[in-house]
Design a protein around this ligand. Structure first.
Ligand code: UN1
Length: 502
């Protein structure tokens, strides 16, 4: 079956009617073959504003539904996702080019966050706080916030929505989602899956979850709308620089999940077999298109000549090809722009004295399908393109001799998302995790930089934007906190000993 027919059939099974997929102005291509697989109708700015108003009305009803009952909706969403896992995973592979286990893994990440959020729906705790006044009680209450805007990127087209939506929904909010223009089909599928869960649940108002299909101008409506108190945006640092100030201007909250320029350090005592596997997945997995992808590697000079040839071999032998028809480990880049960006970075690296292994285009027949052999680039030092995130499979490798120097270079880039150290030396790993160590939101030992579990808070510092999503107490960003002090005495003592007797 051709890829367009398969896409239509998959979407049909997932609950998206075929008439939505043709005749529109937004052309959707599969990076697997480069062929067009749909042309969707986009909405106008006016439509987007109306949908946000509808989501605001839904929020006003939903906030009164008890949180554990809201959790029941998310439990059903998790059930529907389990039932749809094979089809949605395959659709992710078609629309983004992920290999099957990663397409399915992304859906698993959605299921996991639903489970997490269901538990959370009974644990939206506030504190009870000792007061200085007799006959008083002080506590804090967490209330629903309002419409949560979600802007997501192509590379995790469904998981990032689910991190936000599952938490936002149990917290009593409605959700308006602007997916990447490169991946609107998986968004429509999520909407259909959500609709099935909503039909089975009680008390779900219409318009609780909305999807805006359109371009950047539609995203701007969401960012600027006064009835959207929180926008969670995933994408480039450039996008964050545009979105952040606009939200700040109207005092809206932002959860920004921006670029990463993630690094690893390989120490003298590292288990090199383990490091090779972790580096291979971290740097080449998802064709280098995760925000957590390993992009820089600092290798101690005592192990450099053992490790780097092994990595070179892995780069030369890794299988590159269609994720739909082969068992390749590396699928395509998302589009031509990504390919050109990669070539530009490699040229710049060569100009800075880098030695490149790989990086060339792998021809699979499709003129608009961009497959590349991942590139390993040995750099004399951290300069030029090494300091920037290029969203492609390029790993820059550099030598170090002192751990403190490696940590300083590790931290000397704009982004601060994920990091890792490979060592069996407790002092080295603890130093890396200490206040003087990695400055990233995620710091790992003997694991690569990518592939975080949903249970931890996910996000990073500096130009990564500072937001946290997913596990731990990330839910707090989706609620508003009220501090309540109750006087159950007959007197009115004032705090700080102030007297004001009239
Ligand atoms: C992203 O690339 O935007 O940690 C998210 C990981 C995944 C999420 C990546 N769980 O690699």
């Amino acid at each position: 079956m051709d890829i367009r027919s398969e896409t239509t059939e998959l979407l049909g099974r997932l609950g998206v009617r075929a008439d939505r997929l043709a005749g529109g102005d937004l052309v959707v291509r599969s990076p697997v073959t480069g062929e067009q697989i749909a042309a969707l109708k986009t909405i106008s700015a006016g439509d987007a504003a109306a949908m946000i108003e509808e989501a605001d009305a839904a929020f006003r009803a939903w906030r009164n539904v008890p949180a554990p009952k809201r959790g029941e909706l998310v439990r059903l969403l998790g059930e529907e996702l389990r039932a749809a896992k094979a089809d949605l995973g395959r659709l992710v592979s078609i629309e983004v080019g992920k290999i099957p286990s990663e397409g399915l893994g992304e859906v698993q990440e959605m299921i996991d966050i639903c489970d997490f959020a269901v538990g959370l729906s009974r644990q939206l705790y506030g504190l009870t706080i000792a007061t200085e006044r007799p006959g008083h009680r002080m506590m804090e209450t967490w209330h629903p916030l309002g419409v949560v805007g979600v802007i997501s990127a192509f590379n995790f087209p469904v998981a990032v929505w689910s991190w936000n939506a599952a938490l936002a929904l149990v917290c009593g909010n409605s959700v308006v989602w602007k997916p990447s223009e490169k991946t609107p089909l998986t968004a429509l599928a999520c909407q259909a899956i959500f609709a099935r869960a909503a039909e089975r649940a009680a008390d779900v108002p219409n318009g609780l979850v909305q999807v805006l299909i359109g371009d950047g101008a539609i995203g701007e409506v969401l960012v600027d709308h006064p009835k959207v108190p929180l926008v969670s945006a995933t994408g480039s640092t450039r996008m964050g620089r545009a979105v952040g100030p606009r939200l700040a201007k109207r005092f809206a909250r932002a959860i920004l999940e921006l670029g990463g320029n993630n690094a690893g350090i390989v120490c003298p005592s590292a288990d090199l077999d383990m490091a090779v596997r972790a580096i291979a997945f971290g740097a080449m997995g998802t064709a280098g298109q995760r925000c957590t992808t390993l992009r820089r590697l600092f290798v101690h000079d005592s192990v450099y000549d053992t490790l780097v040839p092994r990595l070179r071999k892995a780069y030369q032998s890794v299988s590159v090809g269609s994720p739909l028809e082969t068992s390749a480990l590396v699928g395509p880049l998302i589009d031509r722009v990504a390919f050109e960006g990669m070539q530009k970075a490699l040229d710049a690296a060569k100009a800075e004295g880098g030695t490149v292994t790989g990086g060339e285009r792998v021809d699979t027949g499709g003129a608009e399908a961009y497959y590349v052999r991942p590139a390993l680039v040995e750099m004399p030092k951290q300069t030029g393109p090494v300091l920037e995130e290029t969203f492609a499979p390029i790993l820059y490798v550099m030598k170090y001799s002192e751990l403190d120097q490696a940590i300083a270079e590790h931290n000397a880039v704009g982004a601060g998302l994920s990091s890792s150290i490979f060592t069996r030396d407790l002092m080295e790993s603890e130093r890396f995790l200490s206040a003087e160590g990695s400055d990233c939101g995620i710091a790992n030992v003997n694991i690569g930089t990518s592939g975080a579990e949903i249970g931890g808070a996910f996000g990073g510092e500096k130009e990564t934007g500072g937001g946290r999503e997913s596990g731990s107490d990330a839910w707090r960003a989706y609620m508003r906190r009220a501090t309540n002090t109750v006087n159950y005495s007959k007197a009115l003592p004032l705090a700080q000993g102030v007297s004001f007797d009239i």
